[in-house]
Design a protein around this ligand. Structure first.
Ligand code: FES
Ligand code: FES
Length: 153
């Protein structure tokens, strides 16, 4: 089969048509009554980067709204979009538990078929790392203070 068939339909759709791409501003934060968090993370292996925006309710630690921007490849865009979707409505502590495996599973067309070829798994790791970066900024702690879940890349 062609390499094309190694990508799920969901990934192919999200690459070209992400739902959560954009940015959030202080204005948005004020309107929603939350705190704006802007986190950047770059992948050393390929030079791609992602920026994650969160608006967090300081009373409940809930992520009220989230968006992303990406200089990444198609898989990075699809992964970031899915990650943002998974973050919404969760508390910051719940969000840091999201791994790249969760992101990859959410992008599968069926439970048995992988969403991306193995050599592209590392692109979803960036989506996982930037959550920890955002959470560290919100909590004012070191990114390393979050225990690493098991990730595959
Ligand atoms: Fe790129 Fe693991 S993060 S290969
Ligand atoms: Fe760099 Fe996909 S190749 S994130």
């Amino acid at each position: 089969g062609s390499i094309w068939e190694e990508y799920s339909q969901k990934v192919q759709d999200l690459m070209n048509n992400p739902k959560n791409q954009g940015e959030l501003t202080e204005e948005d934060a004020k309107r929603l009554g939350g705190e704006l968090i802007v986190a950047d993370f770059g992948a050393e292996s390929c030079g791609d980067a992602v920026r994650l925006y969160w608006i967090v309710d300081p009373k409940t630690d809930k992520i009220l709204e989230a968006k992303f921007k990406s200089f990444g490849c198609g898989t990075a865009i699809a992964s970031s979009d899915t990650m943002v979707e998974l973050c919404k409505g969760k508390t910051v502590d719940e969000a840091v538990k999201i791994t790249n495996i969760d992101v990859e599973k959410a992008m599968r067309d069926t439970p048995e078929t992988p969403a991306v070829p193995p050599q592209k798994m590392h692109c979803s790791v960036m989506a996982y790392d930037v959550i920890k970066k955002a959470a560290s900024l919100y909590k004012g702690v070191d990114m390393e203070s979050f225990e690493d879940e098991i990730i595959v890349c």
